[in-house]
Design a protein around this ligand. Structure first.
Ligand code: RNT
Ligand code: ZN
Length: 418
């Protein structure tokens, strides 16, 4: 018997003693597909070539070896997936369209530019999500897109939004795995606005135009992502939390909660239960803000564990789409994906291994001492033994053993890139 099997058997017994079914916990987690964001692989560059940098998206760092072609990106993604337990999804942006060197305007990007991605996704058994790219473009240089005061600019981005819905529907219908299209726009002011209302009215009008056609028969969902502030929109963001919460409820859209988009001490785990009392489904962008919306790689922090707890303890797996959203250009990008994805899965597994029913029982009895004792003791349960077995059963390396493979890939592949 291996050390891993041994440790697992003991852990299973210990969890059994506190009423937790380890096999059931592993099974619950194995059914969750996490949307891995392609943009960690190339610092949100895409394949259009440099076309302006409006929109406040900024990856910092100069680690060598980033992907610059669809083939390189797919190869890096596959490497990462081979080290992450379970079957997941890949989240694409419009800037990852394959146009064979032809210049295609954003408002002309459509399903046919993604057949390469879809064929590949089918081959490796993953789903695809999608995002219109309303940034890194000359028509976003003023930091305004769908809420711009210039109708021509709004119309351009509205067209992009409309075409993007068709791409997401194509992904979902062709692959048979629900595709989520997320709308995030950078629109906002660096300094204090004189009019906070008009841009929001324009945004409602633009969104209504984008969502005019009924796509409910397609296997896709549509989300709107709120934000407190961004680079270049420090004083005012058109698409604030209240704005999109209202829009999503009224128009039956998903609200996207990004962990880095609120005040530094404001956490999204506490928002989930409230949102889901008013919305059927939501999308999460799991990220890690450090002081500002910095999009750091997610670590196995309390914040992350609390998010996972809200999902699992309330059985929200079918109502919450989990996507990751960070971009760190200062470390090996494949490692960044693997660390983030494995942490997300670990957090879900920890949540599934929590004796929630018992803790909720003492809470209901207003025995808050017992609640705290149980919560704290739970932190020392032998989670790692279950995690290692989860990796082994999913044919991926346990513990730190995945890292040698990334280093080897860097040596043989990444370091050879121009
Ligand atoms: C930006 C939003 C948005 C982007 C991605 C690339 O603040 O979080 O989700 O990070 O679409
Ligand atoms: Zn986000």
């Amino acid at each position: 018997m291996s050390i891993i099997e041994n440790a697992f058997d003991i852990a299973k017994e210990q969890y059994h003693e506190i009423g937790v079914d380890v096999e059931k916990a592993m099974d619950t987690v194995s059914k969750i597909r996490i949307s891995m964001h392609c943009w960690q692989g190339d610092d949100v560059s895409g394949f259009e070539g440099t076309v302006g940098n409006g929109g406040g998206i900024l990856a910092t760092g100069a680690y060598p070896g980033k992907a610059t072609t669809p083939e390189e990106l797919r190869s890096d993604v596959e490497k990462a997936y081979s080290l992450i337990p379970g079957k997941h999804k890949l989240n694409l942006h419009a800037i990852y369209a394959e146009t064979n060197g032809e210049k295609v305007e954003r408002n002309q990007v459509e399903a046919k530019h993604f057949t390469g991605w879809v064929d590949w996704a089918k081959e490796i058994g993953i789903g695809l999500d999608y995002n219109p790219t309303y940034f890194s473009h000359p028509l976003a240089d003023t930091n305004f897109t769908l809420a711009d005061s210039d109708k021509a600019i709004r119309d351009y981005w509205i067209e992009h939004g409309i075409k993007s819905r068709e791409v997401a529907a194509y992904f979902g219908d062709t692959l048979g795995i629900t595709s989520v299209m997320n709308n995030w726009i950078p629109d906002g002011y660096k300094d204090v606005p004189a009019d906070r209302v008009a841009p929001r009215e324009r945004l409602i009008d633009s969104l209504d135009k984008i969502f005019a056609k009924d796509l409910s028969a397609s296997n896709c969902r549509e989300a709107v992502e709120c934000k407190l502030f961004g680079i270049g929109s420090e004083s005012y963001v058109v698409g604030s939390h209240e704005f999109y919460m209202g829009y999503a409820i009224k128009n039956k859209k998903l609200l996207c909660l990004d962990a880095g988009h609120f005040h530094p001490t404001e956490k999204i785990d506490d928002k989930i239960s409230s949102c889901l009392l008013y919305l059927d489904e939501i999308l999460l962008h799991v990220s890690r803000g450090v002081r500002w919306d910095s999009d750091h790689i997610i670590t196995l922090s309390d914040d992350l564990k609390n998010i996972a707890y809200e999902i699992i303890s309330n059985n929200y797996q079918d109502r919450i789409y989990i996507g990751l959203d960070f971009f760190d250009a200062s470390v090996n990008r494949v490692a960044a994906w693997v660390i983030g994805m494995r942490n997300m899965i670990k957090a879900l597994l920890i949540a599934a291994l929590t004796p929630t029913a018992d803790i909720r029982k003492v809470e209901l009895e207003q025995d808050f001492t017992s609640r705290l004792v149980m919560q704290e003791e739970n932190k020392c349960m032998p989670f790692a033994a279950v995690w290692d077995m989860y990796c082994v059963r999913n044919n991926v390396p346990d513990g730190i053993n995945w890292y040698d493979q990334v280093k080897d890939y860097e040596l043989k592949i990444l370091s050879k890139r121009g």
